[in-house]
Ligand binder design. Structure first.
Ligand SMILES: Cc1cc2nc3c(=O)[nH]c(=O)nc-3n(C[C@H](O)[C@H](O)[C@H](O)COP(=O)(O)OP(=O)(O)OC[C@H]3O[C@@H](n4cnc5c(N)ncnc54)[C@H](O)[C@@H]3O)c2cc1C
Length: 435
């Protein structure tokens, strides 16, 4: 019985059986014959207990790598356990790149797809929205080929399904030809940010900002396509190591967060200091898969909701005001990003252009007041939570948020009638009683 914890250390599991399949047939055997609940771990970067299992826990680390690329169709088929950082270089060598990525590249591709992981850009959807096909091992051990043409309902629902419909063994992503991005970071008074937001959003392929709520300025970041020179692309091993590196900036940030945890009244002063220090490296050009991710090695827990795009600025200002009014101790910034609507049944972006707002708390520091305060505001804005990030919602609330909720539940029951894939968190989410 090997113990398992998620990235932040908040979720722990003691599965009866830990399985490391090396082939799809071994996934089938583990799903069909292993003790329930059967859950799959990507790299444990989710904050909610969606991986947790006291039955079987599968790791697909051994099911990794590019299966094939198609330069004409601009697609890449990869094994589900592939880490995102291990995909950039082989795809680059095939002339292809993902259209967008999130803040980090540590996740397994199936783990990232499973929760609707996204980057920023008003014309760009989540990683899940770029999935054109996948192979899914269902509860009975049957392997389903899913795409818009085959098992279309499972494809429509399964692109954001966090292992509740089955285990993905292979994923085909829509990609594009390789491209370079210029990164810029700058400080901007928050008031200017609200005034210019629509312009900033439309002027950049990727625009986002971070806001320490006790500071007057936001830290803005843009990424734009360029033909300018970029350093030669790194190896996959270099990219793996790059994401694990703890920089001096991160050491200082960790120290500041630790001080604020014990002396919470210092949070405002530290936040203002971090804002000035957050300028980091500005104006540099890199190949896309190297430009998107940044090392994030100061551990935290996180809540994120997607709210209708038009209300994003009001929502984040309310949250920041509430943090200041309640004098909540926290040293992390709020993060604000744009995501294009999609048609995936349980995607937070289902038929709705959205803004995502993330609220972080230093790992080991109490997040109750911060997250409760933010969640009450998110709910008023009709927000939908990120499936991998903290929330307190259950089936009743999800039913009101997702027009396809009942269809999803019916499909899930059809594919997994005895609930082999449901742990207690997912039973709560889907309103299913204990099996
Ligand atoms: C530092 C940090 C930065 C982050 N940045 C972003 C960001 O920029 N944007 C964003 O949207 N999110 C972000 N996240 C959240 C993260 O991307 C998601 O929680 C993602 O799901 C984690 O991927 P993972 O590989 O760790 O999967 P896990 O957390 O291990 O698993 C996620 C879900 O996928 C399921 N799963 C995994 N593999 C399979 C499979 N083969 N078949 C079926 N189901 C499977 C798991 O059972 C689980 O339900 C961040 C998280 C952290 C800790």
């Amino acid at each position: 019985m090997a113990a398992w914890t998620n990235w932040s250390g908040f979720v722990r599991a003691a599965p009866q059986r830990s399985v490391n399949p090396g082939t799809e047939a071994e996934i089938v055997a583990a799903v069909r014959d292993g003790p329930a609940p059967v859950r799959v771990a990507g790299t444990g970067h989710s904050f909610t207990p969606i991986v947790e299992s006291n039955g079987s826990l599968l790791s697909l680390d051994g099911i990794a790598g590019v299966v094939r690329t198609d330069a004409n169709a601009q697609t890449a088929t990869v094994r589900a356990g592939s880490k995102i950082h291990a995909l950039g270089r082989p795809l680059y060598d095939a002339g292809l790149a993902l259209k967008n990525q999130g803040d980090i590249d540590r996740q397994a591709i199936a783990g990232a797809v499973g929760t609707g992981t996204h980057g920023t850009g008003p014309t760009l959807g989540s990683l899940s929205s770029e999935v054109t096909a996948f192979r899914l091992v269902s509860a009975s051990g049957e392997v389903l080929e899913c795409s818009a043409q085959a098992n279309a309902d499972v494809w429509s629902a399964g692109r954001v399904s966090f292992g509740s419909l089955g285990v993905m063994s292979e994923i085909t992503m829509s990609a594009r030809s390789i491209y370079k991005l210029r990164e810029r970071n700058w400080l901007m008074p928050a008031a200017v940010c609200w005034h210019e937001l629509a312009k900033l959003r439309d002027a950049h392929r990727h625009f986002e900002f971070f806001w320490f709520p006790y500071a007057d300025d936001v830290v803005a970041k843009s990424l734009d396509e360029t033909d300018d020179e970029a350093p030669a692309p790194k190896t996959s091993e270099h990219m793996r190591l790059r994401g694990e590196r703890v920089t001096n900036d991160q050491r200082l940030f960790n120290l500041g967060c630790t001080i604020a945890k014990f002396l919470p009244s210092l949070s405002p002063a530290l936040q203002r200091m971090f804002t000035r220090a957050a300028m980091g490296t500005s104006d540099r050009v890199r190949w896309s898969h190297e430009a998107f991710p940044s090392p994030r090695n100061v551990k935290f827990n996180e809540m994120e909701y997607a709210v209708p795009a038009a209300n994003g600025a009001d929502c984040i200002q309310e949250i920041a005001e509430a943090v200041r009014n309640k004098k909540i101790a926290t040293c992390f910034p709020l993060e604000f990003r744009f995501v294009k609507a999609d048609d995936i049944w349980l995607s937070p972006f289902y038929k709705r252009d959205a803004v995502t707002i993330s609220v972080h708390q230093f790992a080991g520091q109490d997040f109750t007041t911060l997250f409760d305060t933010a969640e009450a505001i998110f709910k008023r804005y009709g927000g939908r939570p990120h499936w991998g990030k903290m929330h307190t919602l259950g089936a009743r609330e999800f039913e009101a948020l997702y027009p396809k909720w009942d269809d999803y539940r019916a499909l899930r029951r059809k594919l997994d009638p005895t609930g082999r894939f449901l742990n207690s968190h997912l039973r709560h989410v889907f309103g299913e009683s204990d099996g």
